[in-house]
Design a protein around this ligand. Structure first.
Ligand SMILES: [Zn+2]
Length: 449
């Protein structure tokens, strides 16, 4: 039972607003009218008692209650305890509670934040799962929001190690020149110019007899572009270039907490794409784990170079499902904007299922083609493949086609090219790092396994 001192929140369908209002005290009727409140979806209004204190909150909703209906309120309501005035069904309770918690996120590492209002868990809400998801999303946002001076390859690895310890997962790291000894030459090449050593993070969890699910996340802790240096505006957000790794970690946490019957492996190549005398150069030819020689088209297309070694290792185990997440190309942002993650997969059924889960979770994915007709753009005159064509056309597709060269044995492979950052604030999604696709993929995986 919520404490009786908590303030009730009324969810009011717009078409039922007039009949609802008739039954309310006159000070509410007058106050709501004075504030032009009409219960349109996504609008809300504080309602006073006779002494001027807040006695309730009215929130307008549509016929279907939107999962973000309460998500703006933590930042807007005065501090205090709130509760839903009426019960909702279990799924809606989960969605509203998660929306509230996602809307309560503040990046508090460097500055004190004010205390926020709290919502008493609605009846029927699966608080264990909601908290698990909220905590995972919070950590991913924190990792992405942390500036690169405090979030290098080592710090990203430390975060993974703590997650592994918490879930009794096996944890391994291959660091610096050991990458060469263990045949991850491409990861080493990209990260070698930084004083912060490149590494491959490798975490395994779950019963070996369960189906293998492998997640690969791009962990470029800062991307200067390398010798093909970025402009100042292009470099500004590049602390977020480990967003794929952060999203994969959020997803892994959700899966382990839910004790899904899978054998999970997480591979994160973590590097800083830096500039120094020993930096890799445009037109260098580098060897990859697979044995393919790659001619470097542009040192700023570093994500696919580190991912191809990790994908090659992942593919060698023929997992039942292989997903990689990466803030890979500006081309994907041009194609679908910053609020949708671009999905590439050769598997039509997999694409349809993932997109459906993305839609139900309001964590949208949109499929782009792995169009073989563009494969010749990756031809190199002197090596097996070129990493980044000269042309800016279809750049998200050619990046995905490059990765596809390293996934040969695995049937169910999905590559997700994402922003991992909210450029504008929306309810539940403040400006800054975002665990894009994590809720969609979690929903898909627990449904499938
Ligand atoms: Zn780059």
């Amino acid at each position: 039972m919520p404490p009786s001192s908590s303030i009730p929140i009324f969810l009011i369908r717009q078409k039922e607003y007039k009949s609802w209002l008739k039954k309310q005290p006159p000070q509410w009727t007058q106050w709501a009218a004075a504030n032009h409140f009409a219960a349109t979806p996504a609008s809300w209004c504080l309602l006073p008692d006779e002494t001027g204190r807040i006695s309730a909150v009215a929130v307008g909703v549509g016929d279907r209650i939107d999962r973000w209906a309460l998500a703006e309120l933590p930042g807007r309501l005065p501090e205090g305890n709130y509760r839903l005035e009426k019960e909702v069904d279990g799924d809606t309770a989960d969605a509203l509670m998660l929306g509230w918690l996602m809307g309560s996120y503040r990046f508090a590492r460097y500055t004190k934040q004010k205390k926020l209002p709290t919502l008493h868990p609605p009846k029927g809400c699966n608080m264990r799962q909601v908290h698990t998801m909220s905590d995972a999303i919070t950590q991913a946002r924190d990792l992405i929001n942390t500036p690169a001076n405090d979030m290098g390859p080592q710090e990203l690895a430390d975060a993974c190690r703590r997650i592994a310890e918490h879930h009794a997962a096996e944890y391994r790291e291959i660091v610096g020149e050991a990458l060469l000894k263990e045949n991850y030459p491409a990861i080493f090449e990209v990260g070698k110019a930084s004083t912060r050593l490149p590494r491959l993070i490798d975490m395994r969890w779950g019963d070996k007899r369960h189906p293998k699910v492998t997640l690969v996340g791009k962990g470029v802790c800062f991307d200067s572009g390398g010798l093909d240096i970025k402009s100042s505006s292009g470099m500004r957000l590049m602390k977020k270039d480990m967003g794929g790794a952060a999203c994969v970690l959020a997803l892994a946490r959700m899966l382990m907490d839910a004790k899904v019957k899978i054998r999970l492996r997480v591979l994160i190549p973590a590097v800083e794409n830096s500039i120094a005398g020993n930096a890799y150069r445009p037109l260098d030819v580098i060897r990859t784990r697979k044995g393919l020689n790659v001619e470097i088209g542009n040192t700023d297309a570093e994500g696919r170079i580190i991912l191809c070694d990790a994908l090659c290792e992942a593919d060698s185990e023929k997992p039942a499902l292989l997903i990689d997440c990466a803030t890979l190309t500006g081309g994907a942002r041009v194609a679908v904007g910053t609020e949708i993650a671009a999905l590439f997969t050769p598997d039509d059924a997999l694409a349809a299922d993932m997109i459906r889960h993305g839609n139900t979770q309001d964590d949208p994915l949109w499929r782009l083609p792995l169009w073989e007709g563009y494969r010749d753009m990756l031809k190199s005159p002197i090596a097996d493949i070129n990493s980044a064509p000269d042309s800016t056309y279809a750049s998200a597709i050619t990046a995905a086609l490059y990765l596809k060269e390293f996934v040969c044995e695995t049937k169910a492979w999905a590559h997700i090219d994402m922003m991992a950052w909210n450029l504008k604030a929306r309810p539940g999604r403040p400006i800054g790092g975002e665990a894009m696709a994590a809720r969609a993929l979690f929903s898909y995986i627990i449904d499938r396994f």
